[in-house]
Design a binder for this molecule. Structure first.
Ligand code: FPP
Length: 261
C-alpha cells in the first residue's frame, strides 16, 4: 500500500524514549493488523469516571490507530468493536455504544475520504438499531470506491456465528445443486466468511492484558502472531503500535514448517 515516507517520519518524530521508527523495518510490515480493543471500562473506573467515558476515550484511540495504520501503509486494519455476546451488557451501555458507533462514523467520514480509506463491516448488521444500520450503509456506500487501506469494523460479530452462517450458505448451495461437495474446500469456506477477500491478519493485538480470543476471527487467526499489552485501549497510541510491530518482526514465523535450518 502507498506510503508517504516524509509524512511517516514527521508523524513519528517525537519519540517517547524507548522506541523510534528506526526500530522497525517499514518494508516488512504486517499487511493486516487486527485489534481486540479491551479495557475502556477499567480505564474509566480507574479514573473515577463512568464506563461511558472510557468508550468515548476509546474512539480517540481508534482515530489515532486508523491514522497510524494509513501512515504506515498497511493494507488492512480490523478492530473488534462489538461482539455477539456484548448484547448482554446493561441496556444503557449497549444503547450508548450503538449511538457512539453511528455518531463516530458520520464524524469520521471526512477522514476516510481524505485518507482514501475503504470501510467494511464484519458481523450481522441486520440486528443493529436502524439509525446505526443506516449510517453503516452510508459509510459503505461513500467509501466503496476508495482504493487505500481497508478498515474493517467487527460489530455484532462472533466467529462461531460467522462459521455457522458459512456452513448454512454452503449447505443451501449444495442442496440447490449450485455447488458440488467436492468443491467444498478451505477457500469455499473462507469466501463465505465476513472477511471474504481480506488477507488473514498477520498480527493480532489485544489490549488490557487478557489472554483470550473471545470468539474473534477463529478461522482467520490460524497463523497470526499475537501481541498482548497491559495498556488499556484508550491509552493505545502510535507508539504502542510500533512496539507491537517490533515484537512481530522479532518472531520467527514458520507456518507449521521449518525455516532457518
Ligand atoms: C472494550 O472495553 C471495548 C468495547 C466494548 C468496544 C467499544 C469500542 C469503542 C467505543 C472504541 C471504538 C468505537 C467505534 C466508533 C468503533 P470494555 O468495555 O470491554 O472494557 P472493560 O473490559 O474494562 O470492561
Amino acid at each position: 500500500m502507498y506510503r508517504d515516507e516524509a509524512l511517516l517520519r514527521e508523524y513519528y518524530s517525537s519519540s517517547p524514549g524507548d522506541i523510534t521508527l528506526d526500530d522497525v523495518d517499514v518494508n516488512h510490515l504486517p499487511s493486516h493488523v487486527s485489534i481486540i480493543m479491551d479495557g475502556n471500562g477499567r480505564w474509566a473506573q480507574a479514573r473515577g469516571l463512568d464506563r461511558s467515558k472510557g468508550h468515548v476515550a476509546g474512539v480517540d484511540a481508534l482515530r489515532e490507530t486508523v491514522t497510524t495504520s494509513v501512515r504506515l501503509g498497511l493494507d488492512a486494519l480490523s478492530v473488534y468493536a462489538f461482539s455477539t455476546e456484548n448484547w448482554r451488557r446493561p441496556q444503557r451501555e449497549v444503547d450508548l455504544l450503538m449511538h457512539l458507533f453511528a455518531t463516530t462514523l458520520v464524524k469520521e467520514l471526512p477522514l476516510f475520504h481524505q485518507e482514501n480509506v475503504r470501510l467494511r463491516f464484519l458481523g450481522d448488521l441486520e440486528a443493529l438499531p436502524k439509525k446505526t444500520y443506516d449510517v453503516f450503509c452510508q459509510g459503505l456506500d461513500e467509501t466503496a470506491d476508495h482504493t487505500g487501506m481497508t478498515f474493517a469494523l467487527a460489530v455484532n460479530y462472533g466467529s462461531r456465528a460467522e462459521m455457522t452462517r458459512a456452513a448454512r450458505l454452503i449447505a443451501q448451495e449444495v442442496s440447490a445443486g449450485a455447488l458440488s461437495i467436492d468443491d467444498v474446500d478451505e477457500s469455499a469456506i473462507a469466501s463465505r466468511l465476513y472477511t471474504a477477500g481480506l488477507p488473514d491478519p498477520e498480527l493480532l493485538i489485544r489490549t488490557s492484558g487478557e489472554l483470550r480470543l473471545s470468539n474473534y476471527l477463529l478461522w482467520q487467526l490460524a497463523y497470526t502472531e499475537f501481541y498482548v499489552t497491559d495498556m488499556m485501549w484508550p491509552d493505545f497510541d502510535r507508539w504502542e503500535m510500533l512496539r507491537a510491530i517490533r515484537a512481530f518482526q522479532g518472531r520467527n514465523r514458520r507456518f507449521g514448517g521449518v525455516v532457518n535450518q
